[in-house]
Design a protein around this ligand. Structure first.
Ligand code: ZN
Length: 392
């Protein structure tokens, strides 16, 4: 399927712009008209993180005239392994501000607009409205469904990408011409089932592979050249070094773009995707302690059994003194249950509290009624008890 150009050409390019974009101008498919379309284009990038970093730099270098950046976060040292738009001097600063600075170094002709509020149902329509195209570089399911539904309701195309460890995916979703994200993934995965990159890791350079596919598709949509990824899902395996694309059909029963949509306005996406399962949310009530509580229990020599439910490589990076490592999966399979001491109070922790909440629900179900978990996990321990330890 080929699509008409998304953007009308700008009136003209300046002499300096002609010089700057000459390698585009001599490609017949792009040419002067294509470059003028890029100049007139308004592209919004959601997230100046792993995917947003290469996407913003290449969109800027390509000559996209207006770039919006949505990011409320600040640059952390652990971002620098992949978020190449930020540098050492940017740690602690706003990601949006840092990205704007880098873009100005690459191409001063780009007009950059910052959106530093957290994207949610109350502001997404207003933020998206002035843009021709959205590039989704978000890392969580709630924002992904929010971006999708807003794009469908506004009849706008967007380029989606996702990354995890060595695997990447990308597609173009434009409900007016093909499927949307919900046609492909009607329901978010159960909370805790799909680890985030913060939990499972990501090969830094994977961001460039997928981010560059996203920019490639954005340029094609803006200029109307080639076969866009609409109706196809690109799947990249960095270990096998394979790209394959599979067809994605529009789902006539799709909740947002189908024949009888049930989602006709934006919903509560945090609730839809659930930070933790209902069971876990119930289990933690009255059974959550702070890192300081745990330290006090240890100092009093309370009769506790501290269990770290993360994975071995996470335990190796940083752990709470005295914790025994039993990964979450061993609780979900039931394998760990028979070895647990009956005469000690069980205290669970993970990285930030979500996985330990899931395990807590399993333990309570198995009769460990006085088990508790540490809210905020090992990250809270580091920030409140021992800031000399590393975080990740
Ligand atoms: Zn759909």
């Amino acid at each position: 399927m080929s699509l008409p150009p998304l953007v009308e050409p700008a009136a003209e390019l300046s002499v300096d712009e002609v010089k700057r974009y000459s390698r585009h101008l001599i490609i017949p498919d792009v040419g002067m008209t294509g470059q003028k379309r890029l100049k007139n284009a308004k592209v919004l990038v959601v997230g100046a993180g792993g995917l947003g970093s290469p996407a913003l730099l290449y969109l800027a270098a390509a000559g996209v005239g207006t770039l919006g950046i949505v990011d409320f976060d600040t640059v952390d040292e652990s971002n620098l392994q992949r978020q190449i738009i930020h540098g050492v001097a940017d740690v602690g600063k706003s990601k949006a501000e840092s990205a704007r600075y880098s873009i100005a170094q690459v191409n001063p002709y780009v007009n950059v607009i910052l959106h530093t509020d957290r994207l949610d149902s109350s502001n997404v329509m207003e933020i998206f409205a002035p843009y021709d195209l959205i590039v989704d570089g978000t890392d969580n399911f709630a924002t992904r469904y929010l971006v999708n539904d807003a794009a469908v309701l506004l009849h706008k195309p967007y380029v989606w990408g996702s990354i995890y460890r060595f695997d990447g995916q990308a597609s173009v979703f434009w409900a007016d011409y093909g499927p949307c994200y919900r046609c492909l993934y009607p329901e978010p995965p159960p909370p805790g089932m799909v680890p985030s990159c913060a939990e499972g890791g990501v090969l830094g350079v994977l961001c460039a592979s997928i981010g560059s596919i996203q920019v490639n598709e954005a340029i094609k949509l803006i200029t109307g050249i080639g076969e866009p990824l609409a109706g196809r899902l690109m799947i990249y395996d960095a270990l096998e070094m394979t790209y394959r694309s599979v067809k994605v059909k529009k789902d006539p029963e799709c909740a947002v773009c189908g024949k009888n949509p049930t989602v006709t306005e934006l919903i509560d996406y945090d609730a839809f995707c659930g930070a933790v399962s209902e069971e876990a949310a119930e289990a933690v009530i009255g059974s959550t302690i702070t890192a300081r509580d745990l330290k006090a229990m240890q100092d009093r020599d309370d009769n506790i059994y501290l269990i770290d439910v993360r994975e071995p490589n996470e335990y190796e990076i940083v752990s709470i003194p005295g914790a025994t490592l039993i990964p979450k999966g061993e609780f979900l399979s039931g394998a760990a249950l028979s070895d647990l001491p009956q005469d000690k109070q069980i205290v669970l922790h993970c990285k930030s509290g979500a996985r330990s909440a899931e395990v807590l629900a399993v333990l309570k179900d198995a009769g460990f009624k006085d088990a508790v978990h540490v809210g905020g996990g090992v990250l809270a321990w580091v920030s409140q008890i021992d800031p000399s330890l590393p975080t990740y």
